[in-house]
Design a protein around this ligand. Structure first.
Ligand SMILES: [Zn+2]
Length: 419
């Protein structure tokens, strides 16, 4: 099959005007000017006209199981209050397996409609979520979440075992591990997760340096997170206090490696950014969630300049209005995410790389997806261009508010008319 459009945008190569992509079964077999890509006899040709074929988007950080919570836990400047409310609402509304499975299915549909073909998904219920995802069509790296702190530290091995359970691994689903955050997993637990991931060559994801409160808790043992753990009945005086910044803690626990994806990383200085770059860890920046909590400006441009692999996540629908990385990029371009940044906004191809190739790299899938290249999986989405918008196709997409018309994963159409 051959797909043509006014532009084909591989993302890691310049846009091709009047381009075409040829696919055979689940693979891309040609990406070139339309004239240079001839169909084998009888092969169908679809021409999308005034549109761009771009790689399937990568949402590097979300929690599909929270997809039913849209609008029910409004984010605000008090993160600890938000997470308390989240725990409460989740307990009352999303604790049974059917509700969780429905939320995941809804999140997958919304993702495919948003042009997403690969997801980094965090789940506290891998036993429920992975059976829903293992048959595809979306590609998922499923991070089983580990929480074990204070009076609850005894569940560490059970949670780690559940996270690492490979029974639902498939061509669509990759098993991975997530020690949740430095306030919910003690250093020994973070190290146990990191060691287990290293031994089994699994990806690791952790929420890190997300709030000032977290930094305070890790550095001093006090502040709102201590009160949070006390209220949950988890705090006791045996909870260790690392007395270092969360990034330094993660490194001390052997959790900063090229297999590591860190969510948020909102509060770091230059030395921390250099350490992340030296260790080869990736960072998932979630612009709308970041803005909704009123954090200081995110240093993603400094991170990119330092050589850190920064990618885009939406986080869950509990804190973001959609599961669309494209909406995140458009939000950034509207000037919402970097109002106080000393840097100009990165060029469109840099932004799209964060939502495609860089996300794929962060999830260990760079050889398989994330750009339009011969040999990669035929994962792409088609976005209409506007006749009166900017000439560069990616600038044109960012300046409009039009969503994808079709999405393909492994050469199969998974979103579009009549689907
Ligand atoms: Zn998250």
């Amino acid at each position: 099959m051959i797909l043509r459009a006014q532009y084909v945008v591989p993302v890691d190569q310049p846009p091709i005007r009047h381009g075409a992509v040829r696919i055979h079964r689940d693979r891309i077999t040609a990406v070139d000017h339309a004239d240079a890509v001839q169909p084998p006899a009888g092969d169908p040709v679809i021409d999308f006209g005034l549109a761009a074929i771009i790689p399937g988007l990568v949402n590097a950080h979300t929690h599909l199981e929270l997809s039913a919570l849209a609008g029910r836990v409004p984010p605000g400047p008090d993160f600890v209050r938000w997470i308390n409310t989240l725990i409460d609402v989740r307990r009352r509304n999303c604790s049974d397996a059917n509700a969780i499975a429905d939320a995941v299915r809804g999140g997958v549909r919304a993702s495919l409609a948003a042009g997403v073909t690969t997801i980094g998904d965090i789940t506290a219920r891998p036993d429920v979520v992975r059976p829903v995802l293992k048959h595809g069509p979306i590609r998922v790296v499923s991070f089983g979440e580990v929480i074990a702190v204070g009076a609850g530290r005894g569940i560490l091995q059970d949670r780690l075992h559940a996270a690492m359970d490979g029974q639902h691994a498939s061509e669509h689903l990759t098993i991975a591990v997530s020690p949740h955050a430095p306030y919910s997993v003690e250093p020994d637990g973070i190290r146990a997760c990191a060691d287990a991931a290293a031994e089994n060559d699994l990806r690791l994801c952790m929420h890190l340096a997300e709030t000032r409160d977290e930094v305070q808790f890790v550095e001093t043992g006090g502040g709102p997170f201590r009160a949070f753990l006390t209220d949950l009945g988890l705090w006791d005086d045996t909870v260790p206090c690392p007395r270092v910044h969360p990034v330094v803690l993660a490194d001390a626990c052997a959790a900063l490696t090229p297999r590591t994806l860190l969510a948020h990383v909102n509060y770091v200085d230059d030395a921390h950014i250099e350490l992340l770059a030296a260790r080869g860890a990736s960072v998932a920046y979630c612009p709308r969630t970041h803005a909704a909590f009123g954090h200081d400006p995110h240093r993603f441009v400094d991170m990119l300049l330092a050589g850190v692999n920064v990618c885009i996540g939406t986080d869950s629908l509990a804190s973001a209005p959609s599961l669309s990385p494209l909406d995140e990029l458009r939000f950034l371009c509207a000037g919402h995410g970097d109002g106080h940044s000393p840097h100009p906004r990165p060029a469109a191809d840099v932004l799209f790389a964060m939502a495609t190739v860089r996300g794929a790299r962060a999830l260990g899938l760079a050889d398989e997806t994330g750009s339009l290249a011969v040999g990669k999986s035929a994962d792409f989405t088609i976005i209409p261009l506007t006749a009166d918008g900017p000439r560069h196709p990616l600038d044109n997409i960012l300046a409009s508010n039009v969503g994808p018309i079709e999405t393909y994963v492994r050469g199969k159409r998974v979103h579009g008319p009549r689907l």
